[in-house]
Ligand binder design. Structure first.
Ligand SMILES: [Zn+2]
Length: 175
């Protein structure tokens, strides 16, 4: 099965495997292209689209909500080359950083279907979302506003800070 999932949590890996089977039985082919993203990798892509002033504010916010280590990590990674805005989550805020999230994309005739606008493509994404729910995972296609992310699914429904305390966040994060 062609998906990159080294380092994801074993109980989540089982669910992703079930997700692939569920999609298959619904006639939907998918590629899971991202599993673990470390805190440092997350911070790099977070910083690439944001100003230093914004980052300073965000780092103090992270210190309060996640703990000192996370604010410090966002600052320590340093300025990044400008790039597109690809995430709303700083390091430590995403379940990818703990091995409990994965991103997948539908495949039709060997082509990856990234588009979410065309109704025919949207049907594929909705079918994907249904399969995600079916195996007991949570789909970010169900989220609201700019949090919607059709490719993303995760093991827990809540945010990291609602599920893990600071000690767990530090211990379980992949740095
Ligand atoms: Zn994701």
């Amino acid at each position: 099965m062609p998906y990159k999932l080294s380092g994801v949590q074993p109980e989540f890996l089982v669910k992703i495997h079930n997700l692939h089977l569920e999609c298959e039985s619904n006639g939907l082919k998918i590629l899971t292209y991202c599993g673990v993203r470390t805190v440092n990798e997350q911070n790099k892509i977070y910083r690439q689209s944001r100003s230093t002033n914004f980052i300073l504010t965000k780092a103090s916010n992270l210190e309060i909500t996640l703990g000192y280590r996370f604010g410090e990590a966002l600052l320590r990674i340093g300025p990044q080359k400008n790039g597109p805005r690809v995430t709303n989550a700083a390091g430590g805020q995403s379940w990818h950083n703990y091995g409990y999230a994965a991103d997948s994309v539908p495949i039709v005739n060997g082509k990856l279907i990234w588009d979410t606008k065309h109704p025919r493509n949207m049907e594929l994404w909705q079918l994907f979302g249904k399969c995600v729910r079916e195996v007991g995972l949570y789909w970010a296609g169900d989220w609201e506003g700019d949090l919607v992310e059709y490719a993303h699914c995760q093991y827990f429904e809540g945010k990291v800070r609602d599920v893990y305390d600071e000690e767990q966040r530090i211990a379980k994060a992949k740095w």
